[in-house]
Ligand binder design. Structure first.
Ligand code: S3P
Length: 176
């Protein structure tokens, strides 16, 4: 597959709200393409030597965002990879400037009800800035939606489409 890929895209970058299904799509795509799966959250955790939730609890979101940008800067030349980004990556234009190089940017979306359901039992993602989970999701989803829309070159929805269809649409776009 690698030899036949269009030269305009050397990697795939997945953006979208937490709980939208980016990781599932990214792993499947990486497997199908024979590309490396890269998670910015995993790289951040390796760098900070603790979990994101513990780090945020001790040092706050701003410190986390600095770590995130440092990790993304290191990925700016990364090729033949599917890059699974944290949901807040779109908030900083510098992150996107690094990520957009030679990349197909995919906006992975899902129904808000599914996002709420997926995040309900997940303590690994601390609340962003609102007092409860549903408010936090609704407020931040609405705030970020125009950013995801603006950066995404292709839109997929894990509540509406099957994983195989999503991956096929993305690889078709890659080859177009
Ligand atoms: C964040 C999403 C998380 C992680 C961190 C911040 C966000 O990644 O980067 O908790 O700002 O929405 P996922 O989108 O993979 O959950």
């Amino acid at each position: 597959m690698q030899e036949t890929l269009s030269l305009s895209y050397r990697r795939i970058v997945l953006i979208g709200f937490r709980g939208s299904g980016k990781t599932t799509v990214a792993k499947e795509l990486a497997w199908k393409l024979g590309w490396e799966y890269v998670s910015t959250d995993d790289l951040i955790e390796a760098r900070i030597q603790t979990s994101i939730s513990e780090f945020v609890e001790k040092k706050g979101w701003q410190s986390f965002r600095r770590q995130e940008t440092a990790v993304i800067a290191e990925l700016r030349e990364k090729k033949n990879a599917v890059i699974d980004c944290g949901g807040g990556v779109v908030e900083y234009p510098q992150n996107m400037a690094y990520l957009e190089r030679n990349a197909l940017i995919v906006w992975v979306d899902a129904a808000l009800s599914d996002i709420v359901m997926r995040l309900q039992n997940d303590s690994s993602r601390p609340l962003l800035n609102q007092p409860d989970l549903v408010q936090d999701i609704e407020y931040n989803y609405r705030r970020r939606e125009p950013l995801y829309r603006g950066y995404g070159q292709i839109y997929v929805n894990t509540s509406e489409e099957r994983l195989t269809v999503i991956c096929r649409r993305i690889t078709e776009k890659l080859l177009s």
